[in-house]
Design a protein around this ligand. Structure first.
Ligand code: 3BY
Ligand code: FES
Ligand code: FE
Length: 419
């Protein structure tokens, strides 16, 4: 069932959102909020959409659907990543229909207007000679690559803080050498829930008891303070403290930046970055914690470095280990549907079956993603019941509150016309 809200109804719900509690139902269920989220959040902020490694050669592209928008992200002949609206400049037909592929030129299937991968109009059959191709290039979308990650922004005036954020995360990412990576695997999972439920679920490990594979190699004390440590969590917590002390010594001796930066809800380009140890062998997200790839991706003399975690608002999270990296992008498909695209990156020269076993590499996050999809679908079912009432966040859900706080602030600014 879909609740309907009027524009002023949405504004009222935004205005009365209670801090420290989950959102009221229409935020997750109504078409109006879905449209508002596209307009106020996805069309106005920097979004992670792909790893550069997904576009290794000139002409390689991915398309990204965001509500009514479709964006082409393509590597041009000068090796630069570009982004364009997927809309023909003749009579507007959608140009590329696949989610990914490779093209020499971008040719419209309707009347064959032909664009270079730099967006320039190269050929418009049978148009009078007066047509100036310079006036009919593809409309550009802003794009930035940061340490091998591709971000786009649909806004004419993107949030001005992105350069600063990029400059601060780049030193953390640089040793992981993502620009020299290749895609080892990718999964597209459609979660039956609103995109905010997907993001909220990612921002806490309060539910991690439901992730047996993850709990093997990952300290399930995410976001917990000393006072939250129950007798059940205590042994893992003490192992975590020892591993953390060791990891900090290693990071310092290797000159790796590891100060945690937490700015998830204090700026337009909200982000959080942190290095932390992993459990068991401490090298990677694998069943026994050992590196999944013998050929390391990062420029590290040891694999026992845990993970670099990056979280970006509104739609992404990342784990960078010594041997491989995993990126996650959440793309809203509808009020109650969200695409979670997970990409495993390894060194470009790593050989499957020799340096890495795909099943070992992907096991933990495939299982965890599937478990999360069930949890998100259950949350969507529950909040769709007329009986649902917002409930309180625990201290371990601090980053859920930060996500929701950031989101509500974006909606408020948009509704007040300041964004
Ligand atoms: O994305 C994270 O950092 C953590 C890892 C496990 C689940 N999630 C809360
Ligand atoms: Fe693209 Fe006519 S709409 S060539
Ligand atoms: Fe989870």
């Amino acid at each position: 069932m879909t609740f309907t809200t009027s524009a002023s109804g949405a504004a009222r719900l935004v205005a009365r959102r209670a801090v420290g509690q989950s959102l009221e139902a229409p935020f997750y269920t109504s078409e109006e909020f879905f449209a508002l989220d596209i307009e106020a959040v996805f069309a106005k902020h920097w979004l992670f959409v792909a790893a550069e490694a997904e576009l290794p050669e000139p002409g390689d592209y991915v398309t990204v659907a965001l509500g009514p928008y479709s964006v082409i992200v393509v590597r041009d002949d000068d090796d630069r990543v570009r982004a364009f609206h997927n809309v023909c400049r003749h009579r507007g037909a959608r140009l590329l229909h696949e989610e990914r592929g490779s093209v020499g030129n971008i040719v419209c299937g309707y009347h064959q207007w032909t664009y270079g991968v730099d967006g320039a109009l190269r050929h418009a059959p049978s148009q009078p000679p007066g047509l100036d191709p310079a006036c009919f290039g593809l409309r550009t979308v802003r794009v930035r690559t940061v340490g091998g990650l591709v971000f786009i922004c649909l806004a004419e005036e993107p949030p001005a803080d992105f350069d600063e954020v990029a400059a601060r995360i780049e030193p953390y990412l640089a040793p992981h050498r993502l620009a020299g990576a290749k895609v080892a695997a990718q999964t597209d999972l459609v979660e039956h829930g609103n995109w905010k439920l997907t993001m909220e679920n990612n921002r806490e490990c309060y539910h991690c008891g439901g992730h047996p594979e993850l709990q093997g190699c990952y300290f399930p004390t995410y976001g917990y303070e000393e006072q939250d440590i129950t007798p059940v969590l205590r042994p893992a917590y003490e192992r975590f403290l020892r591993a953390e002390a060791e990891a900090h010594r290693t990071y310092a001796s290797l000159g790796l930046p590891y100060a945690t930066i937490e700015e998830l809800d204090t700026r337009a380009t909200g982000f959080r970055i942190q290095r932390e140890p992993l459990d068991l062998a401490g090298e990677s997200f694998t069943p026994d914690g050992t590196a999944a790839s013998r050929r390391l991706l990062a420029d590290f003399p040891t694999a026992r470095l845990g993970r670099l975690a990056l979280h970006t608002q509104p739609n992404a999270w990342f784990h960078f280990m010594a041997d491989h990296a995993v990126t996650f992008a959440a793309i809203p498909l509808g009020a109650d549907r969200t695409l979670v695209r997970t990409t495993w990156l390894v060194h470009a020269d790593a050989v499957e079956g020799v340096d890495y076993d795909l099943d070992t590499m992907t096991k933990v996050w495939k299982a965890t993603n599937d478990q999360d999809a069930v949890l998100v679908a259950r949350a969507q079912q529950g909040v769709s019941s007329p009986a649902y009432l917002p409930g309180p966040y625990a201290p371990a859900e601090e980053q859920v509150e930060q996500f929701v706080h950031w989101y509500v602030a974006r909606l408020r600014a948009h509704l007040e016309g300041q964004l």
